[in-house]
Design a protein around this ligand. Structure first.
Ligand code: SF4
Length: 345
C-alpha cells in the first residue's frame, strides 16, 4: 500500500488473522524490498532525568504515583551525558537516545538539552530525545540544535488508551507528533504489547501509526516489562508468537520504517528475537538498561548478531558483529566501563 492510501480496519484485522508463517513470509519479502536484511540499526538509550514523573502511565516505574523503589534523579549534567554517548559510540551504537521523565520540558531546560544534542551530533552520531509533550517553539529549538529524531509513543489503541493513561490525552500525543514533524525532526513512535489489550487494539494502534500524515521513520514495538509496584505488575504474559505477529504486521503496514524491537527483549529467547528479525524488525536498543528497566547485555546482543549473521547498521566504527563482541569484552575488562553502566539507567 502506498503512503497516500489509508489502511482500513478490515485490512489491518485481516493481516492479524493470516496464518503466522504466511504473514512472516510476506513481511520478510516486503522487508527485503526496502532494507538490507542483514543490517540492524543499533541505538543506545540513556535516562537523562529519572523518576518523579507526574504522569500516570500504568506500566511505568518512573511515575511518581507508584511505589517501585526507583530513585529519582534530576537532569544529568551535559558532560556526563556526552561521556555516556562516547561510550555508546565506542560500543557500536549509531544513534544516542536521551529520555527524560517529564510531562513536558520547561523552557529553562532547553539550553542544556540543546547542548546535549549538539554534543552528540559532534560525535558523528544521530541524536534522539524523548521528553514528553513539546510546544512548537521547543520542537523548533531542538530541531535547530540538530535533533534527528523525537520519540513519543502512542502506546496503544485510542479505545484502550484511557485504561492505561489518564493524565495525557491521545490527541495531545498526536499533536506533539505533528509539532515534531512540522519542525523537521524525524518521528519515532510506536507502542506496547502486553498491556492487557486485545488483538483489535494492536491493530488499531498500528493503523493509527501507519495512517499518520507520514508514517514514523522509527516504530518501536515494546513488550511490557512488568515492574513490581506498577498497576500492570500482574498482567498476563503475551504469547511470543503474538508479539512476533505484531512486528510482522507493523513491517507490512509501514514498509519503509525502521521497526524497533524495544523493551522486553531481556525476557525473550534468542529464538523469539530471531523470529522478530525474520518478521522485519531491524532496529534494537543496545546497552544493559532501557531507561530504568533491564536490557540484554551488549555482548549477548552481539553474540546473537554473530549467530544470525547480522551487522550493526552505520556503526560509526564499522565493525562486524564478531569484531564488536571482541571489542566489548575487552572494554568490559577496562576500568572505565563503570561510567557507562552507572550512567545507563
Ligand atoms: S512513560 Fe513517560 S510520561 Fe509516562 S509516567 Fe513514564 S516517564 Fe512519565
Amino acid at each position: 500500500m502506498s503512503k497516500s492510501l489509508r489502511w482500513t480496519r478490515e485490512q489491518t484485522q485481516a493481516l492479524f488473522e493470516q496464518p503466522l508463517l504466511e504473514l512472516l513470509f510476506s513481511a520478510q519479502q516486503i522487508h527485503r524490498q526496502h532494507f538490507d536484511s542483514r543490517q540492524v540499526q543499533v541505538s543506545t538509550l540513556l535516562s537523562i532525568k529519572t523518576g518523579s514523573c507526574p504522569e500516570d502511565c500504568k506500566y511505568c516505574p518512573q511515575s511518581a504515583r507508584y511505589k517501585t523503589g526507583l530513585a529519582a534523579e534530576p537532569l544529568m549534567e551535559v558532560e556526563l551525558v556526552l561521556a555516556s554517548a562516547r561510550q555508546a559510540k565506542a560500543a557500536g551504537s549509531s544513534r544516542f537516545c536521551m529520555g527524560a521523565a517529564w510531562k513536558n520540558p520547561q523552557d529553562r531546560d532547553l539550553p542544556y538539552l540543546e547542548q546535549m544534542v549538539a554534543g552528540v551530533k559532534a560525535l558523528g552520531m544521530e541524536s534522539c530525545m524523548t521528553l514528553g509533550s513539546l510546544t512548537d517553539r521547543q520542537a523548533q529549538r531542538l530541531a535547530d540544535a540538530g535533533l534527528d529524531y523525537y520519540n513519543h509513543n502512542l502506546d496503544t489503541s485510542p479505545a484502550y488508551y484511557n485504561k492505561i493513561i489518564t493524565t495525557r490525552s491521545y490527541q495531545e500525543r498526536l499533536d506533539t507528533l505533528d509539532k515534531v514533524r512540522q519542525a523537521g525532526i524525524k518521528v519515532c513512535s510506536g507502542g506496547i504489547v502486553g498491556l492487557g489489550e486485545s488483538v483489535t487494539d494492536r491493530a488499531e494502534l498500528l493503523m493509527q501509526l501507519a495512517n499518520l500524515p507520514a508514517p514514523p521513520e522509527s516504530v518501536p514495538i515494546n513488550m511490557l516489562v512488568k515492574v513490581a509496584g506498577t498497576p500492570l505488575e500482574h498482567t498476563e504474559d503475551v504469547d511470543p508468537f503474538d508479539f512476533i505477529r505484531t512486528i510482522a504486521v507493523a513491517r507490512i503496514m509501514m514498509p519503509t520504517s525502521y521497526v524497533r524491537l524495544s523493551a522486553g527483549r531481556e525476557k525473550m529467547s534468542e529464538q523469539t528475537q530471531a523470529m522478530c528479525f525474520m518478521a522485519g524488525a531491524n532496529s534494537i536498543f543496545y546497552g544493559c538498561k532501557l531507561l530504568t528497566t533491564p536490557n540484554p547485555a551488549q555482548n549477548s546482543d552481539l553474540k546473537l548478531f554473530t549467530k544470525l549473521g547480522l551487522n550493526p547498521e552505520n556503526s560509526v566504527i564499522e565493525q562486524t558483529g564478531s569484531e564488536l563482541v571482541a571489542q566489548v569484552n575487552k572494554q568490559m575488562l577496562e576500568a572505565d566501563t563503570e561510567l557507562f553502566y552507572n550512567a545507563g539507567r
